[in-house]
Structure formats: structure tokens, C-alpha cells
Design a protein around this ligand. Structure first.
Ligand SMILES: NC(=O)c1ccc[n+]([C@@H]2O[C@H](COP(=O)([O-])OP(=O)(O)OC[C@H]3O[C@@H](n4cnc5c(N)ncnc54)[C@H](O)[C@@H]3O)[C@@H](O)[C@H]2O)c1
Ligand SMILES: NC(=O)c1ccc[n+]([C@@H]2O[C@H](COP(=O)([O-])OP(=O)(O)OC[C@H]3O[C@@H](n4cnc5c(N)ncnc54)[C@H](O)[C@@H]3O)[C@@H](O)[C@H]2O)c1
Lengths: 207, 207
């Protein structure tokens, strides 16, 4: 079992390593990586070793090997199809974001209940009526669902996704979704960050 | 010092409590809250007590007291002005999101470098040229800055914000920003979630 915190740090290393490749470097050690990012070298080494890659003693890793290894470890080189429900302002921003494709996800279809949006194309994908979702998921074996609806709709939409066969849900609505343990649930509730930001701002600076 | 994880859980309790108020309930105990959310009651109690509120033995709390207490603890009843830089697709979604105001933040101004966007109004705020940012921040004593620019622009924009007096930065760009310890930095890098989702999807389901 890989600690969640380590998993979430890997994209920071990955980006820095890509930058090093662009700057023409060939090799990298955990100490280099830690120094470049201002992080604890012991933690960086633990995170990298957790992915199972073995480095050369004292030298470290060939840069392109490490980049490719991380991509493979995270599954970023095998983008998985995803459906998005809620083609509103946040949903459209997510649909328009090309870079998801090189990070393991491609949004292949969008669904909504608003008659004004159904049939429109948003960043190249036609918005379909919500009731077509379970069929689409079953037919295409889509495993990943993204929720960008109002909070009240989040649980019913999650249930509809799971009924079609969705196994992982990325939820942007501020709602606490219940799902069986076989479904991977990732809440991206921006309020968590706002809680932490606002508390820290008030207390550190005595605002 | 309050643990970050506890701080980030408070919005989940807050939302559930608000729901209970809407359903006409008057009192709540930590055990009720834990049961309703399917969470560990010991952790819920620890989180709530950390905010300093004292409940009545065996009964718990008056619901409206607890809701108001959490709002005040998080500073959500005192919205802080924020500036946003990068009025693109994600930035516009953030500008259009009214609910930030009741969670401690109000975006009062937007800045960009794109001549096609400068002078346009996005959800009621006029997009201003980036070079006006430091002056605006100094004049209005704005403490909070939101970054929604491409990754390459994130550090220079953060530096510009800090030069004007910004003391907390909410960064949506996938870039590792360096800031002095006196500045509160909250990275909302969606790639962290994507790393965790994609890894779990690959490994749990053997995709
Ligand atoms: N916009 C942001 O910056 C932002 C920030 C934080 C959180 N969020 C959260 O993201 C979600 C979307 O926010 P938004 O600003 O895009 O809102 P929005 O109103 O612009 O979009 C919501 C979309 O969901 C659709 N919808 C409503 N009920 C539905 C249902 N039952 N099934 C399918 N589609 C349905 C609507 O027709 C609309 O297109 C909300 O839960 C919001 O709280 C948004
Ligand atoms: N759209 C999404 O769903 C999404 C998802 C994940 C991450 N992000 C991140 O959020 C950021 C914004 O993404 P987007 O999709 O809105 O991109 P976008 O291109 O639509 O918007 C970027 C905006 O930043 C402005 N800009 C560029 N350089 C600037 C500078 N030096 N100073 C001020 N403004 C500048 C551009 O003019 C543009 O208006 C990016 O870093 C992206 O990686 C976006």
C-alpha cells in the first residue's frame, strides 16, 4: 500500500525532472531533486524508491529513465477515458483543458440536464442528455467519472455513474458522496483549501 | 498549531450541519455527526473540540451555535478581498463562483496580459492590465491572491503579488512556487489528484 501523500508528491518531482530534461541535463540524484525543490532529501528518496525504481549508487538515475518510470508508475502514459457530468462554467473549463490527456485522463463525453446545453458542442464534445449516461458508460467501458454539477445533484449523478459501471469518481461539487469501497472516490472540494487559507490568513496575520 | 487535516475536514461537518438545520433539527452530538457522514466518531470529536467550542455533556451542541462557531473559527463570516490573475477559462469559472463569498473570499479584481481580455468584463469585474496589480494591492490592502495563469507565468506573477503586499496565494497553476515563510501558499494542483486517481484505478482494477 503506497501512502497517499507520497503519491501526491510525485507530480511535483515529475514536473521538475521534465524541466531538467528541457535544460539538457542527463542524470539526477534524489539529493539534486530535493535541493532543486527545497524539500527534505530523505522524503524525496523514500518517495522515489517507493515506485520500485533502482538507481546507480552515488550517481542516481538517468533522467529520461526516471521520467518514463514515473509516467508508467502513475499510469499517465495510458490515458483512461472519462465522462463529465455538468457542462457548466467549471465543467467547460475542465473540458477545455488539453493537458489532462498527458496525465492519464481523457474526457470523451459530457452530459447535462439543461435543454439549452444539450446538443451544444463544448470544446469539441457534444453535450448529451443525462439519461444517456449509463448506456454510454456500459457501451464504452468508461471507468472514470467527473462530477461538476451543483452539490444537490452530486449523489444522484454518482449513483447513475456507478449503475453504468464507473469505478472511480472525481467530484468537484461540495457534497459528501457515499460510494461502496470498490469505487475510488476523489473529492476536489475547493472549500477544504479555502478553509485552510482563510483560517491561516486570520490567525497568522491577525487580520 | 491546528493539524491541516482537521482544518480541511471542518467544511464537511459544516455542510452537514447546515443540512441538519434545513431539516429542522435543533441539537447535534459528535456521534450524530460521525454517524451521518460515516466517519470515525473519535476523530470528529477531536476535530470539533480543537476549535475550542465546549458542548453540553451527553447532549452535544445547539446546532445554530455550532454552525456559527465554525464560521467564525474559519473566518468564513469575514470574507477577505482577493485578486485573481489569469482571466482564462479556469479564472473565469472562479470569477463566476458566487459561493466563495460565504466561505471567506471575495474576488474583487482580475488581471491579465492578453490585450483581447483587458477591458472586458468577466462576471461583472473588468479585466485590468497586469502592471496595475501591485498598485491595486497596495491601495486596497488586499491580502489574498489567486493564480490561474499558465505554469510558466506562476512564479513571476507570485513575485509581483508579493511585491504589492499579498500575504496568501492560492495557486491553480501546475508550478512549484517559492515564497518566503511569511506568505501562506496553497497549491491546488489538480495533477496531485489525477496522480492518485490514475494510480489507484490502474492498480485496484488491474486496468
Ligand atoms: N466555478 C468554480 O470555480 C467552482 C469552484 C468551486 C466549486 N465549484 C463547484 O463545481 C460545481 C459546478 O460549478 P459551476 O460554477 O460550473 O456551476 P454551473 O451552474 O455553471 O454548472 C453546473 C452545471 O450542472 C448542470 N446540472 C445541474 N443539475 C444537474 C443534474 N442533476 N445532472 C446533470 N447536470 C446537472 C447544470 O445544467 C449546469 O450546466 C458546483 O458544485 C460548484 O459548487 C465550482
Ligand atoms: N482549465 C482547467 O480545467 C484546468 C485544470 C487544471 C489546471 N489548470 C491550470 O490553470 C491555469 C489556467 O488554465 P486555463 O485552462 O484557464 O488556461 P487559459 O489559457 O484559458 O487561461 C490562462 C490565462 O492566463 C493569462 N496569462 C498568461 N500569461 C500571463 C501572465 N504572465 N500574467 C497574467 N496573465 C497571464 C492568459 O492571457 C489567459 O487569459 C493553467 O496553469 C492550467 O495548467 C486548469
Amino acid at each position: 500500500e503506497i501512502p497517499e501523500a507520497s503519491l501526491r508528491r510525485l507530480p511535483i518531482y515529475y514536473r521538475f525532472l521534465q524541466q531538467m530534461v528541457l535544460n539538457g541535463a542527463f542524470q539526477v540524484s534524489c539529493a539534486d531533486l530535493a535541493r532543486g525543490l527545497g524539500l527534505d532529501p530523505t522524503q524525496v528518496r523514500k518517495d522515489i524508491e517507493m515506485t520500485g525504481i533502482v538507481g546507480k549508487p552515488r550517481v542516481g538515475y538517468l533522467l529520461t529513465d526516471l521520467v518514463r518510470w514515473l509516467e508508467n508508475f502513475l499510469g499517465w502514459n495510458r490515458p483512461k477515458g472519462a465522462v463529465l457530468v455538468g457542462a457548466g462554467s467549471l465543467g467547460s473549463a475542465l473540458l477545455g483543458y488539453e493537458r489532462f490527456r498527458s496525465h492519464g485522463m481523457e474526457i470523451v463525453a459530457a452530459f447535462d440536464i439543461d435543454p439549452e446545453k444539450i446538443g451544444q458542442r463544448v470544446h469539441g464534445r457534444e453535450v448529451q442528455p443525462l439519461m444517456f449516461l449509463p448506456d454510454f458508460v456500459r457501451r464504452t467501458h468508461t471507468l472514470l467519472g467527473v462530477i461538476a454539477t451543483p452539490a444537490a445533484a452530486a449523489q444522484p449523478v454518482a449513483d447513475l455513474m456507478m449503475s453504468g459501471g464507473i469505478r472511480a469518481i472525481w467530484n468537484f461539487a461540495p457534497a459528501h458522496i457515499q460510494a461502496p469501497p470498490t469505487v475510488i472516490l476523489q473529492n476536489e472540494d475547493l472549500y477544504h483549501s479555502l478553509a485552510s487559507l482563510s483560517f491561516k490568513l486570520e490567525n497568522r496575520l491577525g487580520v
